[in-house]
Design a protein around this ligand. Structure first.
Ligand code: 3DU
Length: 244
């Protein structure tokens, strides 16, 4: 679905709809307005747990998901699933029932009784799983670049193991921060051409659109630089053009 939207709108931009407003109705109105205004320059919308907390899934976030679908955009739930199997599965089922097309999961839970249930359920319902491989914030280096000392072979950074897990588990995509073009390049080497690389961190976090795309990102996740602009539609258009 993201490929179709990307081709139709000639866009690699995933709108991160992290809008804030203390008033629930106003938050819902603002979020849907920005989504409608920016839609034609984007290829998907990503929703964080902060919006789920503020709006609830039913008659809240599901309204936004329905609007995304009316606009032919897939909806990604940035749940960063990271728990034991049965609670991951419960959370994912709720998101799927709210209409989401894809979920983001953290590899830290591992496979057995961790993400195995997530992949099983997603596959059975035709949904995508995107694995977090390297975050975009400066503090991420402390863990994601940590070197493991395997019994055999030379030390390797943790993110390389995460990239390999994504391939082994047949993830539909990976997240690698746009602020780290050299890591994007390395992940691309490890995952091959077919894995979709999603990169947050351009604009407000300082990442460069062109460098991320040239390093191998397929999609850029953009939040504040679009929804925080006085003209979200024009801002989305600018990012779309930069990422062509
Ligand atoms: O910095 P922005 O406002 O463009 O938002 C980036 C979005 O991407 C935001 O929704 C955040 O939750 C998400 N994200 C990261 O910023 C970094 C990650 O490693 C993963 C997700």
């Amino acid at each position: 679905m993201i490929r179709n939207a990307s081709e139709t709108n000639r866009s690699r931009i995933v709108l991160a709809l992290d809008v804030e407003d203390p008033d629930r109705d106003s938050l819902l109105r603002k979020s849907t307005r920005i989504l409608r205004e920016a839609a034609k320059y984007t290829c998907a919308v990503k929703i964080n747990r902060q919006l789920v907390l503020a709006l609830g899934l039913r008659e809240g976030v599901d309204t936004i998901v329905n609007i995304a679908h009316e606009l032919s955009l897939p909806a990604i739930m940035d749940a960063k699933l990271n728990d034991v199997g049965h609670t991951n599965e419960f959370m994912l089922r709720s998101y799927i029932d709210a209409g989401f097309d894809a979920v983001i999961a953290s590899p830290l839970a591992g496979w057995e009784d961790g993400l195995d249930s997530v992949f099983r359920l997603a596959n059975s319902r035709g949904k995508a799983v995107i694995l977090l491989v390297y975050m975009s914030n400066p503090g991420a280096d402390a863990l994601y670049s940590l070197r493991t000392t395997p019994a055999i072979g030379k030390p390797r950074p943790v993110f390389e193991l995460f990239a390999e897990m994504a391939v082994e588990w047949k993830a539909n995509g990976v997240i690698v921060g746009a602020t780290k073009p050299e890591i994007i390049m390395r992940v691309r080497e490890l995952t091959g051409r077919d894995m979709a690389i999603f990169s947050p961190g351009v604009g407000a976090q300082g990442g460069d659109v062109r460098r991320a795309i040239e390093a191998g990102s397929d999609y850029l996740i953009v939040g504040r630089s679009i929804y925080g602009d006085s003209n979200p539609s024009a801002a989305a258009g600018r990012y779309r053009d930069m990422a062509m």
